[in-house]
Design a protein around this ligand. Structure first.
Ligand SMILES: Cc1cc2nc3c(=O)[nH]c(=O)nc-3n(C[C@H](O)[C@H](O)[C@H](O)COP(=O)(O)O)c2cc1C
Length: 182
């Protein structure tokens, strides 16, 4: 993990706070971590948290600093992990939509992509969500199956995001399959 370039895309699910734990674990393992966030994600966890954990500026806007923010951040990374992945980003990625920084980065990135879905059990069980998940898998994206358990809405069921340790392992597995250029 030491010196490896990991790009974390945080979308607007309540599990966004767990993305901070994951980023901390990656940084402690020596990874160089960049973070991009959707507008919804920034309402749940502040970009400053990720800036402090990574020591790098956090991308939140497609028309932010830099000539081509989505390309610059995508070029640098060896692996991209969307955590948590909302029903919205799953749908956008399944269709190839690119209407904000995160969805554009997902399209612009040329390497292994991991999605860690997280949502309410009713949302997760809906046919369009399951169709979109199947499409992501068919497109070669690694989808970390959500688990079952307590959800922040107070219900118990499937849709709870995988634990940060399991997502860390999935990232490490993808990195192990790529020759280290550093
Ligand atoms: C408190 C709160 C928690 C939310 N949690 C989730 C969630 O876990 N999963 C999900 O798919 N959407 C969740 N949403 C809805 C998304 O934030 C919403 O669909 C948003 O448009 C997603 O945008 P993004 O994918 O660009 O981040 C939540 C909304 C709020 C207000």
């Amino acid at each position: 993990m030491k010196g490896r370039e990991v790009l974390i895309a945080v979308t607007g699910g309540i599990a966004a706070y767990k993305a901070a734990a994951l980023v901390s674990q990656l940084a402690q393992a020596g990874a160089c971590v960049s973070v991009v966030m959707t507008r919804s994600a920034t309402k749940l966890v502040g970009p400053k948290t990720f800036e402090a954990l990574t020591g790098r500026p956090v991308g939140t806007a497609g028309f932010g600093p830099g000539a081509h923010p989505h390309i610059d951040v995508a070029r640098k990374a060896e692996v991209l992990c969307v955590v948590p992945a909302t029903a919205n980003i799953i749908a956008k990625a399944a269709l190839g939509l690119a209407d904000d920084l995160v969805s554009t980065v997902v399209l612009a990135f040329d390497g292994p992509v991991i999605f860690a879905p997280a949502m309410n059990l009713q949302m997760w069980s809906k046919p369009p969500v399951q169709r979109n998940i199947a499409q992501l898998r068919a497109d070669g994206i690694v989808v970390i199956e959500p688990g079952s358990g307590y959800q922040s809405c107070g219900e118990i069921g499937t849709g709870r995001m995988a634990e940060p340790a399991a997502i860390f392992d999935a990232i490490a597995k993808q990195l192990a399959a790529i020759p280290y250029a550093g």
